[in-house]
Ligand binder design. Structure first.
Ligand code: AMP
Length: 210
């Protein structure tokens, strides 16, 4: 199964992608996570991407398309994958089609901006494995420690309120048009992101089984 998760920052793409990854044993591929790793390691791509990311802007299409092109050649993507955070613009979606990558379903997680701002304020992430938590709705077993790998959890710099506003504006302007793009291909499944994580998970599950 080849899946795409789209939605505003903080809509729950990463969390739902992780849940689907564990259930279906297909990798969740997060361009945001790959870019953050590159920034930490100080690679050429990381250096280029850093300033965009810090402002809450998108990294140039060409950079992320190359990341995905390379990542999808890995052995673990052979039986399927979940794209979390890619594509985020129409040119990226077209590039994916041009690569000949078959997509089965696009899960669109719908939210409203007020919910997003509240959610991102409480988000904590693991820098090592990318797992995502929320201080109230999805706390780790041990405060500020990742359940998966035992690393310390951090607040992402781009979850600061001012950067979040830019990220939301970028989402509305550049990513939302993807809904009609995939609707026209008959692949769009819209799921209303709920207050309770388990309810969203159940709706995603239903969309995947439909
Ligand atoms: P995320 O972890 O998905 O919220 O992504 C964090 C940041 O990485 C975004 O705000 C962008 O700066 C960058 N990024 C991730 N995925 C993409 C993409 N598909 N296109 C452009 N920039 C991206």
């Amino acid at each position: 199964m080849n899946l795409i998760f789209i939605g505003a920052p903080g809509a729950g793409k990463g969390t739902q992608a992780e849940i689907v990854e564990d259930k279906y044993h297909i990798p969740a591929v997060s361009t945001g996570q790959i870019i953050r790793e590159a920034v930490r390691e100080g690679t050429a791509m990381g250096k280029e991407a850093k300033s965009y990311m810090e402002k809450g802007a998108l990294v140039p299409d060409e950079v992320v398309v190359n990341i995905i092109k390379e990542r999808l050649t890995h052995e673990d993507c052979k039986n399927g994958f979940i794209l979390d955070g890619f594509p985020r613009t129409l040119p990226q979606a077209r590039a994916l089609d041009e690569m000949g990558v078959r997509i089965d379903k696009v899960i669109n997680l719908e939210t409203d901006d007020a919910m997003i701002e509240a959610r991102l304020e409480g988000r904590r992430v693991c820098e090592k494995c990318g797992a995502s938590y929320h201080v109230e709705s999805r706390p780790p077993k041990q405060r500020d420690i990742c359940d998966r790998c035992g690393e310390k959890l951090i607040v992402r710099h781009d979850d600061e309120p001012e950067v979040v506003r830019n990220r939301l504006a970028t989402y509305h302007e550049q990513t939302e048009p993807l809904k009609s793009y995939y609707e026209a291909q008959g692949k769009l499944c819209t799921v209303q992101s709920q207050q309770e994580l388990e309810q969203t998970t159940a709706l995603v599950q239903k969309a995947l089984e439909a």
